[in-house]
Design a protein around this ligand. Structure first.
Ligand SMILES: Cc1cc2nc3c(=O)[nH]c(=O)nc-3n(C[C@H](O)[C@H](O)[C@H](O)COP(=O)(O)OP(=O)(O)OC[C@H]3O[C@@H](n4cnc5c(N)ncnc54)[C@H](O)[C@@H]3O)c2cc1C
Length: 334
């Protein structure tokens, strides 16, 4: 381990991809994550013996570095191919245009290989970052963190990054240019299979845009039949502050109406609000970095609303920060 200390705020795929690259270049990295679990919007909600991928549904891999990471995840057994039967409005797709991959046993497993060799402090929300003569200090819910860091990477959705980085220089004013949209996700489990004519439904209009049978993904727990339903951005905005129990019932109703399926009473029904779900207006740069203060920000919001974009943004930020702290990536690992 080298003597250079770097803090990463946020353990979604952007933060962990950034942390992994920094650690590979011998930095001593600490990741601070507000939630108990890792993965952020690449998340799996567990409830007893049930599991729902309530955020990202699948990934595609196109760039060389993400394809390489997908191979590592595949070898580690945390990534599998998903070939669902798809209906878009009334049109049947024989196969997705790209290959679709999913984390297994849940989407969040995809980040597991990234968190090795990195000190991850979960359940620690950072609400202020302070620049002093000695470096960066972090103020968390439970007080000031012990360490002083030589550099900082903020890997949280743009509006939250603005709160942390806004006071630290002109570079971060660009965060105002980014906009993100919400999404309500419904999670439903049924005792019997629900036949809707497909494993995945997509709609281009109406209150819901997506419904998928999680249980059709590889290596899911046997037993109940789990479905995830996503509301459209417009519907989610309209119901943004509604009660989650009421939203779950509304989404169940919309799911039945849109598929025309006769749904049995669900054994489990729950809704989750993603306040900053999708990037509507991205930054248009791979990351934001201020060389003078050795601080930067990354996330899907830099490039596009996709897991792969978040991964690329995190990696790019790591490569930008390394020379600022006198480190470089060994040629063999580039
Ligand atoms: C409903 C939904 C469906 C989606 N479907 C797909 C899909 O099918 N395919 C696809 O490629 N992409 C999909 N996406 C997009 C994809 O999930 C995101 O692009 C990607 O996961 C973003 O990763 P990230 O690391 O940039 O941000 P996040 O995953 O949001 O990670 C940020 C992390 O920072 C933490 N955090 C925030 N503030 C603080 C703080 N102050 N202190 C400490 N920690 C903090 C959060 O808890 C979170 O863990 C979907 C997203 C949603 C919401």
């Amino acid at each position: 381990m080298g003597g250079v200390r770097i803090a990463v705020v946020g353990a979604g795929i952007a933060g962990l991809a950034c942390a992994r690259e920094l650690a590979r270049a011998d930095a001593q990295v600490t990741v601070f994550e507000r939630s108990r679990g890792l993965g952020g919007r690449l998340g799996t909600r567990r409830q007893g013996n049930l599991a729902f991928d309530h955020g990202a549904q699948f990934i595609t891999a196109r760039s060389r570095s993400f394809v390489k990471y997908a191979e590592i995840a595949g070898r580690a057994g945390v990534l599998g191919r998903w070939s669902p039967r798809i209906l878009e409005d009334d049109r049947r797709w024989e196969a997705p245009i790209d290959e679709w991959y999913v984390g297994q046993p849940g989407m969040s497993a995809l980040v597991r290989p990234m968190s090795r060799n990195v000190d991850v402090r979960s359940g620690v929300g950072i609400h202020e970052i302070i620049q002093s003569q000695r470096g960066w200090e972090l103020q968390s819910d439970s007080g000031r963190q012990d360490h002083i860091f030589d550099a900082i990477a903020v890997a949280v959705p743009a509006p939250q990054a603005l709160t942390l980085l806004g006071p630290h220089g002109r570079t971060f004013r660009h965060l105002h240019e980014v906009s993100m949209a919400p999404c309500w996700a419904g999670m439903f489990a049924f005792d019997q299979p629900v036949e809707t004519g497909a494993d995945v439904h997509r709609w281009t209009q109406g209150p819901i845009t997506w419904a998928a049978c999680d249980s059709s993904k590889p290596n899911r727990p046997p037993g109940l039949h789990c479905w995830v339903v996503h509301a459209s951005i417009a519907w989610s905005r309209q119901h943004l502050e509604d009660d989650a129990v009421a939203v779950a019932q509304l989404l169940l109703h919309e799911f039945a109406t849109a598929t025309g399926a006769r749904l049995p009473a669900p054994a489990h029904a729950q809704a989750h609000r993603w306040r900053h779900a999708f990037v509507e207006q991205p930054l248009g740069l791979p990351c934001l970095v201020d060389e003078e203060i050795a601080a930067g920000a990354c996330g899907d919001w830099c490039i596009a609303p996709r897991v792969e974009a978040a991964f690329e943004s995190g990696r790019t930020l790591a490569h930008s920060l390394l020379p600022m702290v006198g480190l470089s990536m060994p040629a063999l690992l580039r």
